[in-house]
Design a protein around this ligand. Structure first.
Ligand code: NAI
Ligand code: MG
Length: 358
């Protein structure tokens, strides 16, 4: 009899996915226990590599209808050592992102209290970015092919698709994100010196959309120079928008600069809210630590917090992030952050902190 009740599809999938997703479900359940406003129910969906080996496909045939019957999806990671990565990624994650038009991939990056950036001179607060990744086109459109297989003139193409509609909607989203932040600062990542079609359209649309956001300061950076700026001048950046491929790469760099890929979250949003959105850690299956109980669950906690915010539970999001910050500050950190805590230690500490904050 609380005001809001949410139904969430949980797809832990492969590798450390099940370890970090079950940890996140535990902390969100704890939050809902102390919350006066919402209840939440997670439904386990077994899609992933084990499902693929049994059924010959990564997801149910009605994948989109299944997901549309929930308010949101919490996702772990997909990929296994004995299946080619393009089969697993296209079989599961890319079978959802594109068809559900989850076109805005938002990846906040920040150094938590009690943790350190590998940058020697980085001060607290220097790395506090929102990366916006175009999530539906570019090199990930699936446009291309292979022919003359087995000949030395075998040819393979991967066509980067940029549409006016696709670029405009992500630019509007990014300018609005930048506008909502105190610094109102946006950097548009491009490569329009060498890529003279798609990336030039990208720049033109950025300029056009910028007119509707006169209070947002914005600049353009070529992607190669951007890597240097992220390392040498992190405090000069705030909100960043880029293509599907460029931001795939830059967001891993950003996560590493902030301290660890183990804390980097992401939202895959349909900003029109016609379809439910999907929330997942940025990292993958991490075969090297699977089953060892040492995966950092913070990326998935933060992803779950973004999910709660998207659903309208701002207070719960803030409480969860405060609990995570306090636990980091207290030095309860997994190995990737230089600590000795296990996934379970961190999860318990965050649950206890949520109870303490009330
Ligand atoms: P990865 O992110 O799985 O691992 C890279 C490194 O980061 C590893 O040393 C790993 O131990 C470490 N790491 C990752 N998450 C961590 C965490 N939560 N706590 C502590 N350390 C962590 O990337 P990799 O090795 O390139 O890919 C492995 C598999 O995952 C591949 O099959 C790949 O296709 C898949 N993958 C899936 C993604 C997804 O589902 N969204 C994203 C990236 C990769
Ligand atoms: Mg990636």
């Amino acid at each position: 009899n609380k005001q809001h009740k949410y139904r969430i599809a949980s797809i832990p999938a492969d590798g450390i996915g099940p370890e970090v997703v079950s940890a996140a479900i535990e902390v969100v359940q704890k939050l809902s226990e102390v919350s006066k406003t919402f209840e939440i129910e997670f439904t386990h969906i077994p899609w992933g590599t084990a499902y693929y080996k049994e059924h010959g496909r990564y997801v149910d045939e009605n994948v989109l209808d299944v997901l549309r019957s929930y308010d949101a999806t919490l996702f772990g990671s997909v990929g296994a050592p004995d299946v080619p990565d393009h089969i697993s990624l296209w079989g599961l994650l890319l079978a959802i992102r594109g068809p559900l038009q989850l076109y805005a991939n938002v990846r906040p990056v920040r150094t938590f209290p009690g943790t350190q950036s590998p940058l020697r001179n980085a001060k607290a607060g220097d790395i506090d970015w929102i990366l916006v990744r175009e999530n539906s086109e570019g090199e990930y459109s699936g446009h291309g092919g292979r022919s003359h297989r087995g000949q030395v003139w075998e040819v393979a193409t991967e066509v980067a698709i940029f549409t006016y509609v696709g670029v405009e909607r992500i630019m509007r989203f990014a300018f609005a994100q930048a506008q909502a932040r105190p610094r109102k600062l946006l950097t548009v990542v491009t490569k329009s010196n060498s890529l003279r079609n798609g990336m030039v359209l990208w720049d033109e649309v950025a300029l056009k959309v910028s007119k509707d956001y006169p209070d947002v300061k914005w600049d353009k950076m070529l992607v190669d120079a951007m890597t240097v700026r992220m390392v040498n001048n992190p405090e000069s950046l705030d909100t960043i928008v880029g293509t599907n491929l460029h931001m795939d790469i830059l967001s891993d760099l950003a996560a590493a600069l902030a301290g660890s890929i183990g804390v980097a979250p992401s939202s895959n949003l349909d900003p029109t809210r016609k379809n439910p959105s999907l929330f997942e850690p940025v990292h993958g299956s991490a075969f090297d630590i699977t089953g060892k109980g040492v995966a950092n669950p913070v990326a998935t906690f933060w992803s779950a917090a973004l999910m709660l915010e998207w659903l309208g539970e701002q207070d719960a999001k803030e409480r969860l992030m405060e609990a995570v910050e306090n636990v980091c500050q207290a030095g309860i950190l997994t190995k990737d952050l230089g600590g000795t805590a296990t996934t379970k230690d961190v999860t318990k500490a965050v649950c206890d902190e949520i109870a303490r904050l009330g």
